[in-house]
Design a protein around this ligand. Structure first.
Ligand SMILES: Nc1ncnc2c1ncn2[C@@H]1O[C@H](COP(=O)(O)OP(=O)(O)O)[C@@H](O)[C@H]1O
Ligand SMILES: [Mg+2]
Length: 254
């Protein structure tokens, strides 16, 4: 089986700091894969290299056999990778539905001419996007708030809206950057179930960065641990949890 996402020796340096060092990752279609590690380990930087935000200094990343380092964020999204951000990025003044639609919009199946002249297909496409965005809001349990502005949503719901928007691009792989950050215990367990449903019902492969060990251990089948830019462990949650290097990194870190 060839991997859906594969990185080889992915490395990035900022001045004298090697933020991610020779990072190898292999994710198969259908995986629910966790990337964990102490603060500053390089997790978000990995996402940034995978989604065209940062250009790696060395190494390669391939998605479905295609080289993705060097592609910009829009090109990467078109290939089928979508993400959420550790610091929520929503359009505060737009409605919840419109925010979700911005994801679908990125995926529009229109030519410039069709959009410019508002040809019939333009309206059809907009209706399709609206419907899909609404379905995804329902999936995330936000459909009853579709008409609110994003800034009216409480924090936990804002995180879920970001996920709905990322799903609206119809990705094959979704990368979630600390989706449970700032959530209470009830919201976290609800989110765990949702992440599983994303993989099981929407058939989207999931790569999740998470600080909450309990959440990662509860949902991920494979976990890779980063510390100071280097992989220190890879295995099942149980294997990783009992790894002395991992215990040391977490106890010695924050
Ligand atoms: N654009 C940048 N310029 C300089 N240093 C950066 C930049 N982006 C990330 N870093 C550094 O890379 C390291 C890893 O950061 P990050 O990937 O955000 O960690 P994590 O997400 O695991 O908490 C940190 O030391 C951070 O300061
Ligand atoms: Mg981070």
């Amino acid at each position: 089986m060839t991997a859906l996402l594969e990185t080889k020796s992915l490395t990035i340096r900022f001045g004298g700091l090697t933020a991610v060092d020779s990072f190898n990752l292999s994710i198969n279609e259908g995986d629910l894969f966790g990337l964990i590690g102490p603060n500053g380990a390089g997790k978000t930087t990995v996402f940034n290299m995978l989604t065209g935000v940062y250009l790696p200094t060395e190494g390669t990343a391939q998605f479905d056999g295609q080289l993705i380092n060097g592609k910009n964020p829009v090109q990467v999204a078109r290939l089928g990778i979508s993400r959420t951000f550790q610091n929520i990025r929503l359009f505060d003044e737009l409605s919840v539905l419109e925010n979700a639609m911005t994801g679908a919009h990125q995926h529009a199946r229109l030519t410039v001419w069709e959009s410019l002249f508002r040809l019939p297909r333009h309206y059809k496409e907009e209706a399709r996007q609206r419907e899909r965005a609404y379905e995804l809001l329902a999936f995330m349990g936000l459909d009853d708030r579709a008409g609110l502005t994003a800034k009216q949503l409480p924090y936990g719901h804002r995180r879920k809206l970001e996920i709905a928007r990322a799903l609206a691009t119809e990705p094959r792989l979704i990368c979630l950057d600390e989706p449970a950050a700032g959530m209470n215990t009830g919201e976290k367990s609800e989110l765990s179930a949702l992440i599983r449903k994303i993989r099981d019902e929407l058939n989207v492969t999931v790569l999740v960065i998470e600080h909450d060990m309990k959440l990662v251990m509860g949902i991920c089948e494979k976990v890779q641990v980063l510390d100071y830019g280097e992989t220190i462990a890879l295995g099942t949650p149980r294997e990783v949890q009992n790894d002395p290097k991992v215990i040391e990194a977490y106890l010695g870190g924050d």
